[in-house]
Design a binder for this molecule. Structure first.
Ligand code: ADP
Ligand code: MG
Length: 901
């Protein structure tokens, strides 16, 4: 496929790897997401995007499903049948990358949490995939380990090997139990297991096979899933566990023989329940410190122990290959659907979770109900996807890899914690409010008492002062009145005496004048007394006004206190309103949760619960096709259906250069799909592409068109058509004109495909195909050289096939066209794809005796000898050795030179 096509949305799936922590026991949120884009032929273009927004869980325990990929070594059959072909995958374990070969010149790169090569030991696989999960199960979390992949790729090998003869071969189940038993405390802790099989939506007890329709029970309160009908066996030692696994496996085989099924169609599920008592903490401690932040020593005597229950689920999934819906295994269509149901439901759930879709169809199958906690739930989950190396199963391998990639986007553990947080917040506020209310009441009472006291005090003092004042005034008044009366009386008496004795008149007159002085004095005295009484009265008046002032201050204080009380009351009202809002939010949330639970229990789907969300989902579905097995191809396929091929092809001749470029990219993308190729050729697409190659001035158009032709040239019928329409001449012209390595790579790829057709050899060479191929090495780009080498290997292989079929053939046309010097020069090229093709080409050329002389003269014999000794690929090494030893001419030369093979 043309590289520009790749960048226009139909290219390989991008891989995403959120972090490089590996399978760590310490949970981390995903961060630092990197996108890797791969173009054809292993040339990468990198673009970087910002870090993935991390979803923080309230208690910090958020963990992504971690995914490892494991490659099975070639088996005997593959070693024999695929000897000439490379593996369909290439692993780079140190970069945690896997490259998937899409076809001869295209690789796609994917990143995983762990990449396990065919040489990885069982111990290492356990340690990176399962050990962190087992460790967190021992800490009280639930955990899941699962294997997914095509039948025969090593799921059971990875999970279920007992390893009784060879300890190193033990699988994950046995090793996990060993670690669990080593960690528990006998007496207080316990471990029990159930072993089940899920087939055609029926759960069968592998420890008691008569029990073959076990129900799944969900706790409506916690949502926990359990299988009360399954046999539970307490495990005390490793031997009894291995015995249980053996019994279970035997029952599985027997049950499948009886049902006439293969075990590859059923899921095997091992459930390990761990119950541990936690020392040093009690339920009382938890509840006390949880409620108000400090513990009470009074409660010390009430100390019930805490037990932590956790569960490890190990699932050996059914083979992921599609089963033939026509019923080739003797199943009816209904049975076939039912067999696939659980696995396809799992895929749908993972898609929904990976896309953060609001609806996850957990209830669609028994498997997804059982694994509810493992994806998007609260369990720690590791998935190992297993693949084989054979290019014949490229389709299944691709879909397994895509499943793993999607699972990597699933995050576990969020919802539960949020719910808890709201409740505790509300509880805290309730406590706070109660405290405030009590305090408020207490203060109010205190203020009222104080005001009352001050008022009473002031009134009492005023009354006292008034009374005192009155008494004093009265007394003074009485005193002066008495004095006044006394002095009047004295004056009257004196007056009488004066009247009675006139003799004494003079004397008395004298004394009268004396008396007058006395009276004067008295009056003076009286005046002073009155003055002091008045002073005292004004003093008292002052005191009274002082008391009045005091009373006014007290009243002001009372007013102030009233105001404070009012402020307190309004504050309280506000808090109560806030609490009401929170309560109603909580109520709404719990109603929603109840309703969700109820309707899930009833199984009537989400439509009625979240009508809004549901319509959103359907909108999203409308714009973004689901069920995508190979994601990005869908929009193009849709375009194809909607616009129609004829219309797209007619756009290739548009006047608008932009339209032409887009149209050719669309056609190139379509041509990459084998299913479209025939339709494109029938509709005249090949002719249009060749015309573009001939007439277009635009480099991009020529590059993309050449890529599309290269894809069409994969098919034999199209190869004939390309030849008939002068395609080789056009490709040769492009080869000699173009400068851009990517254009040259496309052209070389197209010619290399034509080189693999036995019937076209002479014509291809006659029209300059080989010369054009050799001419392109001038560019020196390794991707171009790899395509040239592939073309040469294809051509040489056809020639040697013709020779072995007894056709009379002369000297190799490749040699005639002068390819040998380049072959010799690059036979030891450091790029593996170039080297491997050339090694094969040399072997094929040397198999034909007429070529021997040239091989010797050009120095190719040395390369063949080197290949037969040093090649890292055993099959090629052997082929070179056989070739050299079976040719009399080469043998003679070897003897002459005294070379030892
Ligand atoms: P699955 O369970 O996926 O169908 P199996 O575990 O039964 O596949 O493996 C199929 C065959 O391949 C078995 O013979 C198994 O021994 C072999 N095999 C699988 N994985 C490996 C491996 N990593 N190394 C060696 N042999 C393997
Ligand atoms: Mg198996």
């Amino acid at each position: 496929m043309a590289s520009s096509g790749v960048r226009n949305g139909v290219g390989p799936r991008m891989s995403a790897k959120p972090d490089r922590q590996g399978f760590s026991a310490t949970p981390k949120t995903a961060a630092g997401k990197q996108r890797l884009s791969s173009a054809a032929g292993g040339a990468y273009r990198r673009t970087s995007s910002g870090p993935l927004p991390s979803r923080a869980a309230s208690d910090g325990v958020s963990s992504r499903v971690r995914v490892a990929v494991r490659l099975r070594p070639r088996n005997a059959e593959e070693l024999a049948a695929d000897a000439d072909f490379g593996d369909c995958v290439e692993l780079q374990p140190e970069l945690k990358r896997l490259k998937l070969r899409k076809n001869n010149w295209e690789l796609e790169t994917y990143e995983f949490d762990e990449v396990l090569t065919e040489f990885s030991s069982q111990k290492r696989v356990y340690e990176v995939v399962a050990k962190p999960v087992v460790e967190s199960v021992m800490e009280g979390y639930n955990g899941t380990v699962m294997a997914y992949g095509q039948t025969g790729t090593g799921k059971t090998f990875t999970l279920g090997r007992l390893g009784e003869e060879d300890t190193a071969a033990r699988g994950i189940m046995v090793r996990a139990m060993e670690d669990i038993l080593a960690d528990i405390t006998p007496g207080t802790d316990s471990v029990s297991v159930s072993y089940l099989q899920l087939y055609m939506e029926m759960i069968q007890d592998l420890l008691d096979p008569v029990n073959d329709n076990i129900a799944i029970v969900e706790d409506p309160r916690t949502g926990d899933v359990s299988l009360p009908g399954a046999t539970v066996v307490e495990v005390r030692d490793q031997k009894s566990f291995v015995d249980l696994l053996r019994v279970g496996e035997a029952h599985r085989v027997a049950a499948n023989t009886k049902l006439n099924t293969e075990s590859s169609r059923s899921h095997a599920i091992l459930m390990v329940n761990v119950r541990r008592s936690v020392k040093g903490r009690t339920e009382m401690d938890v509840s006390i410190s949880g409620e108000n932040g400090h513990s009470s020593s009074m409660m010390g005597s009430l100390r019930p122990p805490i037990v932590r229950k956790s569960k490890l689920v190990v699932v050996d999934l059914a083979g992921s290959e599609r089963i033939d819906k026509s019923g080739s295994e003797g199943h009816t269509l209904e049975e076939a659907k039912s067999i696939n149901l659980s696995l396809s439901a799992l895929g749908k759930c993972i898609n929904a979770l990976a896309e953060s879709s609001p609806h996850v169809p957990v209830r669609d199958s028994k498997l997804t109900r059982l694994l509810k906690d493992s994806f998007g739930g609260t369990a720690r989950t590791s998935l190992v996807v297993t693949i084989g190396p054979s290019p014949r199963h490229r389709g299944e391998t691709t879909s397994t890899i895509m499943f793993g990639q999607r699972a990597m986007k699933v995050e576990n553990m969020v919802k539960l914690k949020e719910e808890f947080d709201y409740k505790s917040l509300c509880r805290r506020l309730d406590i706070e409010l109660d405290k405030l209310i009590a305090e408020n009441e207490r203060q109010k009472k205190y203020f009222d008492d104080e005001v009352e006291r001050i008022r009473a005090d002031a009134q009492r003092r005023i009354a006292e002062a008034e009374r005192e004042c009155k008494i004093t005034l009265e007394n003074e008044k009485m005193k002066y009145h008495q004095e006044y009366l006394d002095s009047i009386r004295i004056m009257e008496e004196k007056w009488k005496v004066h009247q009675q004795s006139p003799k004494k008149q003079n004397k008395e007159a004298e004394s009268t004048s004396n008396n007058t002085g006395e009276v004067h004095n008295l009056l003076q005295n009286e005046k002073m007394l009155r003055q002091s009484a008045e002073d005292e009265a004004s003093d008292l008046k002052n005191q009274i006004s002082h008391w009045k002032k005091l009373e006014a201050t007290a009243t002001a204080e009372v007013v102030k206190l009233r105001k404070m009380l009012d402020a307190e009351a309004s504050q309280k009202e506000k808090l109560e309103e806030e609490i009401d809002v929170l309560r109603s939010q909580l109520l709404q949330m719990s109603m929603e949760a109840d309703e969700t639970r109820r309707s899930l229990d009833k199984g009537d789907g989400p439509g009625k619960i979240f009508p809004g969300l549901d319509s959103l989902v359907s909108q999203t579905r409308g714009s973004q096709p689901r069920e995508q097995s190979n994601g990005p191809k869908q929009p193009i396929a849709k375009l194809f259906e909607q616009v129609g091929l004829k219309k797209i092809l007619s756009l290739l001749e548009s006047e608008e250069p932009d339209v032409r470029v887009h149209a050719v990219k669309v056609v190139a993308n379509l041509a990459a799909e084998e299913a479209n190729q025939e339709k494109i050729v029938e509709a005249g697409g090949l002719t249009s592409l060749l015309t573009l190659l001939r007439s277009s001035e635009d480099e991009t158009i020529r590059r993309v068109a050449a890529g599309a032709i290269a894809n069409l040239a994969m098919n034999e019928t199209n190869q004939d058509l390309i030849m008939d329409q002068g395609g080789v001449t056009l490709l040769s012209m492009t080869a000699s004109d173009a400068e851009d390595p990517q254009t040259l790579r496309m052209v070389a790829g197209a010619i290399a495909n034509l080189c693999g057709n036995d019937k076209l050899q002479t014509r291809l060479r006659g029209e300059g195909g080989i010369k054009a191929l050799l001419g392109m090495v001038r560019c020196g780009h390794p991707d171009v050289l790899a395509q040239v080498a592939r073309g040469i290997a294809n051509f040489a292989k056809c020639e040697s096939r013709a020779a072995t079929q007894g056709n009379k053939v002369g000297k190799s046309l490749l040699i005639d066209d002068g390819s040998l010097p380049w072959i010799v020069k690059n036979a030891n090229n450091e790029a593996a794809p170039i080297r491997r093709h050339i090694e094969l080409a040399l072997c094929h050329l040397a198999q034909h005796e007429v070529n021997s002389k040239d091989i010797i003269n050009e120095g190719a014999l040395w390369e063949l000898v080197r290949i037969s000794r040093d090649c890292s690929r055993e099959d090629i090494r052997k082929l070179a050795y056989r070739t050299v030893t079976s040719s009399p001419t080469l043998q003679a030369e070897i003897r002459r030179l005294g070379i030892k093979l």
